[in-house]
Write a protein that binds this ligand. Structure first.
Ligand SMILES: *Cc1c(COP(=O)(O)O)cnc(C)c1O
Length: 357
């Protein structure tokens, strides 16, 4: 075995996908599988398909292309609007794009017409999170403009909360989206097929039975991959929270004073660190760093281990109270949160190992 590596238990992802898909179905919602946190890992995608998703969605064209090339025939959704220079590629690989600008929809329409295709778009509405989306009052006019573009079909509207502004999805926000939908239908003169209500932060609403009828789907990544809802990060009943685990090897284990010695300036990332004097402590340096992982997003699996910090290539852990005797070559294991997983998946230095059942 080579380290560092991220172990992927696809059986647990399969289980989570089926669990959240059933949970959604009970509220009349379809599951859209989002696999961007793993860089579109093909075996994770295959496991997510067990949840019978309406579509597979990703923020990157590259990931959706790989999925297509692996033989996936279902609908693909691009979560981040394509750049103007990449609309031709988007039309080639993707069925549906989430958009918030008429200019992007127009570029998609032009690219689609050139290929004798029709491209579906979902117009995003900003209900307060202040990432992508048209303001609610402007949505009917923008929708009319989008609907008039040849080569583009306005399939519906959508919203995304709890990403930039950390605005919590509530029943009121979902009802506001449904009001916007009615106004859009009046403006364009045809019914919208889809109302895409949000991401894993909407799960608590579903669990409380508060999703209003009329929302057709949720786009879910974290809840399937990590088993957690994205509002307060609690485990969803019946889901596994440890489908992904990080394993890294100790390259130094020395007992040292917990306080640095000397005049304190800036650390490797321009921060001025603060330390607590706990006397001499046994510390392990693991061969992984900020280039590969967000150290703040790691929960040690081994009892008595705590993460102290990291530089680009060194993860420093306190192992004084570790149950196992940690030595050079010892492998410590961690469960990553979303931010840690994202970086682990993206790092070419971390081997991805799919656990065979
Ligand atoms: C990433 C993303 C999602 C999925 O978010 P999760 O919290 O992982 O479920 C849904 N919609 C959009 C637009 C996204 O960018």
């Amino acid at each position: 075995m080579k380290y560092p590596c991220m172990s992927i238990d696809v059986e647990k992802i399969r289980h989570n996908a089926v669990t959240v898909s059933r949970l959604l179905a009970a509220s009349g919602l379809r599951f859209v599988a989002v696999n961007k946190a793993t860089c579109g890992h093909p075996e994770v995608a295959r496991a997510m398909l067990e949840g019978d998703p309406l579509a597979v969605a990703d923020s990157r064209i590259e990931n959706l292309r790989r999925l297509r090339e692996s033989g996936y025939k279902g609908e693909t959704v691009l979560l981040r609007a394509p750049s103007p220079s990449r609309c031709a590629e988007a039309v080639e690989v993707v069925d549906t794009s989430l958009v918030s600008e008429v200019a992007i929809a127009a570029a998609l329409g032009e690219a689609a017409r050139a290929r004798g295709k029709e491209h579906k778009v979902i117009l995003m509405v900003d209900l307060g999170d202040r990432r992508e989306g048209v303001l609610p009052e402007d949505t009917p006019d923008v929708a009319r403009a989008v609907a008039s573009i040849l080569g583009v079909r306005l399939a519906g509207i959508g919203t995304n909360l709890a990403c930039y502004g950390a605005v919590i999805p509530t029943r009121e926000k979902m009802e506001e989206l449904l009001e916007v939908k009615e106004k859009v239908e009046e403006a364009v003169g045809f019914p919208l097929e889809r109302v895409s209500g949000g991401n894993s932060a909407n799960i608590p609403l579903v669990l409380r039975g508060e999703m209003p009828r009329g929302i057709t789907e949720l786009r879910l990544g974290e809840s399937v991959i990590l088993g957690t809802e994205a509002a307060e990060r609690t485990l969803i009943p019946g889901c596994f929270g440890d489908a992904f685990t990080l394993h890294a090897e100790a390259i130094e284990v020395i007992t040292k004073p917990s306080m640095p010695s000397g005049k304190i300036g800036q650390d490797a990332f321009g921060e001025v660190p603060v330390f607590v004097d706990r006397g001499n402590r046994k510390r392990a340096i693991l061969a992984i760093g900020r280039q590969d992982v967000d150290p703040d997003g790691l929960t040690p699996i081994d009892k008595g281990v705590t993460v102290l910090g990291a530089s680009s290539d060194h993860l420093i852990c306190d192992v004084e109270d570790a149950e196992e005797d940690v030595k050079v070559g010892s492998v410590l294991s961690f469960v990553p949160n979303y931010s840690a997983l994202l970086r682990l998946a993206t790092s070419p230095y971390v081997e991805k190992v799919v656990k065979k059942p």
